[in-house]
Design a protein around this ligand. Structure first.
Ligand SMILES: NC(=O)c1ccc[n+]([C@@H]2O[C@H](COP(=O)([O-])OP(=O)(O)OC[C@H]3O[C@@H](n4cnc5c(N)ncnc54)[C@H](OP(=O)(O)O)[C@@H]3O)[C@@H](O)[C@H]2O)c1
Length: 254
């Protein structure tokens, strides 16, 4: 995709990957509009990046999605890029009872949010040059982390949705791009500085390169083996992956 001259709407731009990508696009001369629930952070990010705009949006609320989409099209008629990035990653226990509120929030945020946001903006995007929908899935779309079973399932679902949407939009002028981050050191779980987590600036730089190169799927080389799953050896692969993280757990904060 072109990396300058776009008008880009980003969900979940208050922190982590969303903020990092928002600031990278902003520096390259794009009109960036970020969204999220935390108004103070929206204000902080736009203040630090003069010209960037923001809008409050809880991606779990379908009425807010419709209202924000209508306002965006009115205020930013050149809007041509949607980056579905907002997400939550609660740990759960698929061997026991999963808290229903948490499961619903995870599916509503990570799966229905992007589906609804994309649905609301696609009629407009189809009228634009160089239109792109970017979905943020995860390496866990390809290999589930068993201790975040519902989260991993939502990311596999978004990968599947992106594949279908890319097929359905072929020839429409709207491109569908999926980014599948590795473990990146953000507040999603707990910013720990763990050496296995990719530092955010490195991830943002690699992702901007992948987007500029025009790839349909953008992921770092380090996850190639995980991306190549599933195959006939999927179960052994998934079990070994999860056993390694069970033996060497991810820090979850205090
Ligand atoms: N970090 C990783 O290791 C990693 C790996 C693979 C994929 N990802 C994906 O990357 C995306 C961003 O995660 P991150 O690592 O940057 O974590 P983060 O720093 O916690 O950012 C999450 C963002 O999502 C927004 N968000 C959460 N719930 C929302 C809601 N109901 N409505 C609107 N916005 C909401 C948050 O904004 P507010 O709280 O202000 O609403 C925040 O801006 C997620 O989709 C995540 O699954 C991350």
């Amino acid at each position: 995709m072109k990396t300058s001259g776009n008008t880009i709407f980003i969900t979940g731009g208050t922190s982590g990957i969303g903020r990092g990508i928002a600031e990278a696009f902003h520096k390259l001369g794009n009109q960036v509009i970020i969204s999220g629930r935390r108004k103070a952070l929206l204000d902080e990010v736009t203040k630090a990046n003069p010209g960037m705009r923001s809008v409050e949006l809880d991606i779990q609320d379908p009425q807010q999605i419709k209202a924000v989409a209508a306002q965006l099209v009115k205020d930013f008629p050149t809007l041509n890029v949607l980056f579905n990035n907002a997400g939550i990653m609660p740990f759960d226990d698929a061997a026991g009872a999963i808290d229903d509120d948490t499961a619903v929030a995870t599916v509503t945020t990570n799966l229905l949010g992007p589906v609804r946001m994309t649905s609301a903006l696609l009629p407009h995007l189809k009228t634009q040059q160089d239109a792109v929908v970017i979905h943020n899935s995860s390496v866990l779309a390809f290999v589930p982390l068993a201790s975040t079973a519902v989260y991993s399932a939502t990311k596999a679902a978004i990968h599947s949705y992106a594949l279908s949407q890319r097929f359905m939009l072929a020839g429409s002028g709207v491109r569908v791009v999926e980014i599948s981050p590795p473990w990146v050191d953000t507040d999603l779980i707990y910013k720990s500085g763990d050496s296995r987590a990719m530092p955010l600036p490195d991830f943002v730089a690699a992702t901007m390169q992948g987007l500029a190169a025009g790839k349909d799927e953008v992921y770092v080389d380090a996850i190639q083996a995980l991306r190549d799953n599933p195959g006939s050896g999927e179960h052994g692969f998934v079990n070994a992956f999860n056993q390694s993280l069970k033996d060497n757990p991810i820090p979850v904060g205090h």
